[in-house]
Design a protein around this ligand. Structure first.
Ligand code: T46
Length: 139
């Protein structure tokens, strides 16, 4: 079982050019899992809150491709806030971590690289069930 301390910001490589920068992420190279799915959140109205769930198995790299937002991570014992505001950083979210997202700036894009295809079976959407799951695993 992972804690919020296992979910760290990772520096992403940048190919600098005076005409602009490129960041490249490749399976089995600079990503610690196989990317099975890519999705992104956009047009998030200011003041919206998203998330409110954990995943049993899914790992993610989350990048503020544009703008900024805040993730609140929770392992059932501790919480940690992570502010993302630059495409050169990824937040690596390990399995079994509850997350909330807030403070989306205007025009922000939240890009997610995910280790699994979408399945609702991988979600824990009820916080009490999440706490039960974490406590059961900790024993
Ligand atoms: C996370 C943040 C950053 C799909 O049909 N396929 C998908 O791949 C996804 C991610 C979602 N959906 C559907 C399922 C729900 O009806 O889109 C709806 C919203 O999905 P979800 O509740 O996952 O949305 P968010 O923005 O709360 O969370 C998602 C990720 O699931 C989550 O792990 O970290 O984006």
């Amino acid at each position: 079982m992972f804690s919020v301390h296992d979910c760290q910001l990772v520096d992403l490589p940048i190919v600098h050019d005076k005409a602009g920068n490129i960041t490249v992420l490749e399976n089995n190279n600079n990503i610690p899992f196989n990317i099975k799915r890519v999705y992104y959140l956009f047009d998030v109205p200011m003041g919206s809150e998203r998330g409110g769930h954990a995943h049993y198995e899914l790992q993610q790299y989350v990048v503020a491709a544009s703008g900024s937002f805040t993730f609140i991570l929770d392992d059932g014992k501790e919480k940690k806030e992570v502010f993302l505001n630059h495409p050169n950083k990824a937040l690596h979210i390990k399995p079994g971590i509850w997350r909330e997202m807030k403070d989306f700036s205007s025009g922000s894009v939240c890009l997610v690289l995910a280790s699994m295809l979408y399945t609702e079976d991988d979600y824990i959407r009820d916080y009490q069930n999440f706490i039960k799951y974490r406590n059961y695993e900790i024993q």
